[in-house]
Design a protein around this ligand. Sequence first.
Ligand SMILES: [Zn+2]
Length: 79
Amino acid sequence: MIRVDLAELVFLYLLVFLVAIFAVWIAYEMVRRVRENRSRKHRVRCAVCAMEFEDATPAILPRCPRCGSLNERVKLKVY
Ligand SMILES: [Zn+2]
């Protein structure tokens, strides 16, 4: 039998609890980023009027629906 006093037991309990919370947090954050990147895959921001729009066509330079300018596909940053 393993002998553990009360202070060590409380410490171990807290440590395991915090590690579990941290692991769930990291996993949730990874899933959230993957989902966000997937949803932003076809999103384009116009360089002229800054409007963001979805464009799933294979066009290299998608046209902005508001101002009509051609835009490059630049990956939008996720914070
Ligand atoms: Zn525009």
